[in-house]
Design a protein around this ligand. Sequence first.
Ligand SMILES: Nc1ncnc2c1ncn2[C@@H]1O[C@H](COP(=O)(O)OP(=O)(O)OP(=O)(O)O)[C@@H](O)[C@H]1O
Length: 271
Amino acid sequence: MNNMSATITTTISTKAPAMNQPKISARGVQVHYGDKHALKDVSIEIHPRSVTAFIGPSGCGKSTFLRCLNRMNDTIDICRVAGHIAIDGEDIYDPKVDPVQLRAKVGMVFQKPNPFPKTIYENVAYGPRIHGLAAKKADLDDIVASALQRAGLWNEVKDRLHAPGTGLSGGQQQRLCIARAVAVSPEVILMDEPCSALDPIATAKVEELIHELRENFTIVIVTHSMQQAARVSQRTAMFHLGNLVEVDDTDKIFTNPDDQRTQDYIMGRFG
Ligand SMILES: Nc1ncnc2c1ncn2[C@@H]1O[C@H](COP(=O)(O)OP(=O)(O)OP(=O)(O)O)[C@@H](O)[C@H]1O
């Protein structure tokens, strides 16, 4: 992220979609890394204000597809993305769209907590500051406090906002990264195995947080844990060898999937 690109205007609007419209609609998405065909003709609709889990064996393309949704793959030189992806009906690959603004609207939380080497306050204040969301210091203070509250971290850090973010526990660091994503008022939050580096107690806190965040945000989570997908998501998408095998209500996927590959995967027969 840099200040130059943050000042470029964007055509991505912040208007709310009609209730029955998908938040994200992908059609015929293909991804290549050089000669490697990593995603094959993926089409999916992601519902607003709900949690969608991406599951499937290692290397099937879950993270690749997640990264298509906020154009993080643009940063990988050998990666080519084709097809159509719209958020609230607007093509996010339109050349007029500024990827920096898009990534504020579609935030991301990574597998390993990655706070900046700055204070807890600065970790959260950085995004709102570069996106010009606060006119004065008091406004920024409010945004930081509110983001930390929404991330369920406020009570644990309110007395040490100026201590380094890297001094927090792993679970607290991950909630700090969630606060950082929330602070720029995104509409979608992408989470790439957000609990894989956390212990069961920290995992439970993040899952509880996901449950609360879905009231206001559209969440897409990649997970290797079938239990986690079943606990946190309303919809589940199963990937295999670069194909989207099926997507359906999470209850249906875990009790009566249409595809044998899904059945085999959730029964632990491969992957
Ligand atoms: N930066 C990259 N350069 C080259 N190939 C890549 C790159 N990232 C992913 N791939 C390849 O694309 C395919 C899909 O990878 P991806 O990471 O999306 O799968 P995944 O389902 O998220 O896997 P995992 O569950 O192990 O994280 C794999 O074959 C992987 O090796």
